[in-house]
Design a binder for this molecule. Sequence first.
Ligand SMILES: [Zn+2]
Length: 287
Amino acid sequence: MLKEPMSWLLFILFLLGLSIGSFINAFEYRLHKRMDFIKARSHCPKCKHVLKAQDLMPLLSFVLIGGKCRYCGTKVSWQYPIIEFLSGMLFFASGCYVSSRMHIQGPFDIVVMLLSSCFVGLLLTLFLFFALYDVKHKIVPQKVIIPAIIFGVFYVLFVALGMHFKPHLDVFLVFEDVSLVWNFVAALIGGSFIALLIIITRGKGMGGGDLKLLVFMGLILGLKKLVIAFYIAIITGSILGISWGALKGKIRGLKLPFALFLSLGSIIAFLWGSDIYWWFIGIICYY
Ligand SMILES: [Zn+2]
């Protein structure tokens, strides 16, 4: 019934995602340079010219000024439009994810749908941020992952208790099988597993940042989706690592941004984990 309006809602979410992507770019830069997040104004890293509103429109500014700084002509990194676009797509996907799990009948449902989609979108763009930061700086920033874990604990408590006391509310259906026991178990297993890997490899493979990221993933994804996310991370990481190694002629000493693959796995597992799970069960039962 709401086919047309739904595409508009998804489009609005996409636009919102673009601006969140723009924020992620600025946040990454400021966190790395230890700048003030609120007071600092966006400027060109080369000529330090403060950017105006027309320079700060996500995607559009990049296209309009031809990927160069308006004031000094320095090329703007492709990171900016890519992250903005990916973030827009994540918000769009969140909208699809939420609306496919809700019965939307009236204006109130639309508000709930938009708010839930924004929530899921922010959750997924957090993984996008971890991926970006790890690719650029080879680290999962403490200042973000620790608050993320604390948030994760509250997320599990809130959704699990909500499901228990208000099981008929659509909102809680959106978050699928969040369980008070299994999400904490997943965090524990995820964290211990990486701790074991760190001990075995004597810290050469993964680090404390990956461990904390796994704890966060466990809280958000639960055990089933955590396993799927980890599996995707291993596969994509190996494929890229081997092809990269083949290209450079060496595999030893290669340091892969593992948080990138963990984040990719988390995003896929969050959105399509249940489908993948049932598809997998289907295959097993078939044989
Ligand atoms: Zn400039």
